[in-house]
Design a protein around this ligand. Sequence first.
Ligand code: A3P
Length: 301
Amino acid sequence: MQTDAGEDGRSKPMEFFNYKGVKFAKHMIFSEENLHFVENEFQVLDDDIYNVTYPKSGTTWMIEILSLICSNGDVAKAKIKTVPNYTRCPWYESTIGMKQIETLTPPRILTSHLPCHIFAKSFFTSNAKIIYTIRNPKDIIVSWYHYGKISLLLQCPEDFEEHLDCFLKGDFLYGSWFDHVWGWIQMKSSKNFFFITYEELQQDLRGSVMRICDFLGKKLDEAAIDSVLENTSFNIMKDNKMANYSYAGKSAVDLSKGSFMRKGISGDWKNQFTVAQSERFDRIYREKMKNFPVKFNWDED
Ligand code: A3P
């Protein structure tokens, strides 16, 4: 995503606003007017596919997967080497995304971090589809912490303890992770909603891609599936300018300070959390996720 940041980094301290209980940054890609438009007037099309995530859950990975599935594994047709991911599959809730959408020819793949309660109302009476990717929140916290150091969009606390506190209080952009997953999981029985975890993608990418194809009603042959797997591998994406944000120049991230495609692993939280931080997180997690209708593999950790 692009920002109004200056050439050499963050231009000014970030200001925030609250839209229906959710925190947004007041820079050029978000505005209350646009969010109101997105929620109430944006016209979802029946053949739209929405890649929905809480930030740092595998959004960029799913953009590549969906781009390739929808093009039968054809790299040229998927435009993954020629068009930046944020233009190919725009964040529809951003003002920039709204403009980029005008250049798309349906069927569209759109990206969003919006919680369910402020998603476009027209989705709920359409035949459009949502793929919701969920990731172990401890890994999200770590991924976000490192992203904060290179992002010109975010200003994260430099102190990890403080960053963790903000997450647990829900004081993050796009609001509380707990609210996000509780909101979206209410859709789990809808035929238009499919959810998958980042960890499932990691453990069995082929099986995951086949499940996504089934949900989307796409029949890909073995060679096409092989192409999806090859071109969405961490190493290939890390080197792809159209996926690794180097194409965005210094408008979104400062890649001299780190990589957007950082580690791409599960369980990195173990290298960052202290035992006390992990125990504190677990206590709050257990309380907030009590009666959550789905069990995740990290619940056993
Ligand atoms: P890490 O910071 O843990 O490495 P998002 O796209 O939602 O912002 O999520 C970014 C996270 O997804 C980063 O995690 C990034 O490395 C990881 N990621 C992106 N593409 C990936 C891929 N092909 N395989 C594994 N992880 C990937």
